[in-house]
Design a binder for this molecule. Sequence first.
Ligand code: C5J
Length: 223
Amino acid sequence: MREISAEPYAFRFSPERTALLVIDMQRDFLEPGGFGAALGNDVALLRSAIAPTRALLAAARKADLFVMHTREGHRPDLADLPPAKRRRGNLAQGIGDLGPMGRILVRGEPGHEIIAELAPAPGEPVIDKPGKGAFFATDLDAILKHRGIESLLVAGVTTEVCVHTTIREANDRGYECLVVTDCVASYLPKLHEAALAMIAAQGGIFGWLAPSESVIGALGGTR
Ligand code: C5J
């Protein structure tokens, strides 16, 4: 077992039973002209998570940790897009519409891709998810269970939306989750802080928090 100094107390994990899950680090959220920008957000706020996540990915790969990525998006025919999700926000340019990076949040379009800095390595599964939570309508749980994974190190965007929803889903399925605090980000700093506080409150009701430096140290690497 290894140990990470974390909030609210030390996180103990076995590397063979732990995966790094990188959530929705897509151009549609992190670059101008995508879904995040269509919602009126400043996408630059998310970019602080890129460099630490790159370092975390390198350390996880070096330690032979199982690495997975997710992408939020929909079928080109939008058959898996709930009308309520499409209507939400009364957007001039919403999901399925053509933007500067192709059709917004549609699989196969340039905006749907994971940013080049955090591109999946060969063999790392990528989960395409239609919802905010990565367990909803995907094979994520089956893939983790088949690998014997019990603990998740979680990075990605945005903290209070897809990261939080996924952690809540993971908790209900019995996974131990540690959120790597500088590898998650939000367009809304107050909600980022609140979302992190919710994870570790009440004795770690949803899990643990630790910065990438501590996680990388426990994985045996240097930053
Ligand atoms: C959002 C996400 N914020 N990946 N998606 O719509 O958090």
